[in-house]
Write a protein that binds this ligand. Structure first.
Ligand code: PLP
Length: 429
């Protein structure tokens, strides 16, 4: 496989942009080596600047559940473009996307559009603090909620340890009120609420984790979360930036029959454009400016291009209801990967929820960050490069979710399994 053009472009980009990338994961730090530069996408495939065709399991890190350049999405963008790109004034399209979100997501009564998942979680936390008049927040190790100061707390921090910022530039004061607990640990959660419940504004979590690899919540964990938040007057925030419209049309909360107080969204609701949103109980949402005192704003929020892309994506998902078929294909792939790893005698587990999955190189069931961090990342890197050399574009870290789109065919899946068999066997040495 040729990489010369990508190599040259990466050299150039590194002179101009820190690390050559506008978001760090793209620099391939988790696997070493250099990333291909992408020229275009079509359906389930990416084409790089060297002319390589790659079967894509990243989907722009989640948004492309319909694949690249879905005709309905492209048409919506083209029609909107003819009318202008941004007005900074209300448009009908903002209400249309809000209506689609409210109809789909059981707990959302009102919703506010922003420009990224990070903005959505940052705003939801501020709202929860403003509404409750409390400062402390609970998050879980290994859950990523964007690069919000108060949420960038060292993953894996010990029980009850007050948050330590995981990046220079975040004053200790920003994370002093962030408690980082172990995912799926119901007892620890109960102990923290027993000790500090009256000070806790909210609990935020990924209701299916994608950011330490795919980790599912236990039913007990979810139910305890709801119960403890109710008992202590804290708000429960589901960060569905990744899971919204992914693990079910109505997100993880539809799938698990849960009702959080607030929900954050992103990725799929923008269909590939920069969009985030946060929504939930109307009485809570009314605390946001201009109806309430909690300030939040955005020059490009509700941007017509982004709204059009989101509306076309959600309408297509609603009309075509691809979720059962996505899950069937993902199960086929996961079973094949598991068989391939078993044949090579490599310890592994391949959890999946809906069309999200991760091949972990560790046989232990992954329930939290402590287990996830025990993975063989060097073996993963060898596997990753084996797959890329064979034309399969996977997330460039062990601790990420892979995504199946409606465009992946059974033939694509079977080809992936065959390539994985070779790559896993080669990664043993
Ligand atoms: N929340 C979750 C669960 C995410 O996976 C991400 C990004 O991957 C974010 C929030 C942040 O979203 P963004 O990168 O759009 O700021």
């Amino acid at each position: 496989m040729q990489h010369d053009v990508s190599h040259n472009e990466f050299q150039r980009a590194q002179q101009l942009i820190p690390g050559g990338v506008n978001s760090p994961a793209r620099a391939f730090g988790g696997v070493g080596g250099e990333p291909p530069f992408i020229e275009r996408g079509s359906g389930a495939y990416l084409y790089d600047v060297d002319g390589n065709k790659l079967l894509d399991y990243v989907g722009s890190w989640g948004p492309h559940i319909l694949g690249h350049r879905h005709p309905a999405v492209i048409e919506a963008i083209q029609q909107t473009l003819a009318r202008g790109t941004s007005f900074g004034a209300p448009t009908v399209q903002e209400s249309e996307l809000a209506e689609l979100v409210i109809d789909a997501v059981p707990s959302i009564e009102q919703v506010r559009m922003v420009n990224s998942g990070t903005e959505a979680t940052m705003s939801a936390i501020r709202l929860a603090r403003g509404f409750t008049g409390r400062d402390k927040i609970i998050k879980f190790s290994g859950c990523y909620h964007g690069h919000v100061d108060s949420l960038l707390v060292q993953a894996g921090s010990a029980a009850l340890t007050l948050g330590t910022p995981s990046s220079p530039g975040i004053p200790a004061g920003c994370t002093a009120d962030t408690l980082s607990l172990e995912y799926n640990d119901t007892q620890q959660l109960a102990e923290v609420f027993a000790a500090q419940g009256s000070e806790i504004a909210c609990v935020i979590l990924e209701p299916v984790v994608g950011n330490m690899g795919v980790v599912a919540p236990s039913t007990e964990f979810l139910q305890t979360l709801r119960q403890l938040c109710d008992e202590h007057g804290a708000l429960l925030i589901f960060d569905e930036v990744m899971t919204g419209f992914r693990v079910a049309y109505g997100g993880a909360q539809e799938r698990f029959g849960m009702r959080p107080d607030l929900t954050t969204l992103g990725k799929i609701i923008g269909g590939g454009m920069p969009v985030g949103a946060y929504g939930g109980r109307a009485d809570v949402m009314k605390s946001i400016s201009p109806t309430g005192p909690v300030y939040q704003a955005g020059t490009l929020s509700g941007n017509p291009m982004a709204m059009a892309c989101g509306i076309a994506t959600l309408r297509t998902l609603k009309e075509t209801d691809p979720y059962a078929e996505l899950e069937r294909k993902t199960k086929r792939l996961v079973a094949g990967l598991s068989k391939a790893a078993g044949k090579a005698d490599v310890p592994h587990t391949v959890p999946h929820v809906g069309s999200m999955f991760t091949l972990f190189f560790n046989a232990e069931p992954v329930t939290n960050y402590t287990v996830s961090s025990r993975n063989d990342t060097e073996r993963f890197a060898r596997y990753f490069w084996g797959m890329l050399d064979r034309g399969f574009y996977l997330p460039c870290s062990q601790f990420e979710a892979n995504f199946v789109s409606v465009c992946h065919t059974d033939e694509d899946i079977d080809a992936t399994i065959a390539a994985a068999g070779e790559s896993i066997a080669a990664a043993v040495e």
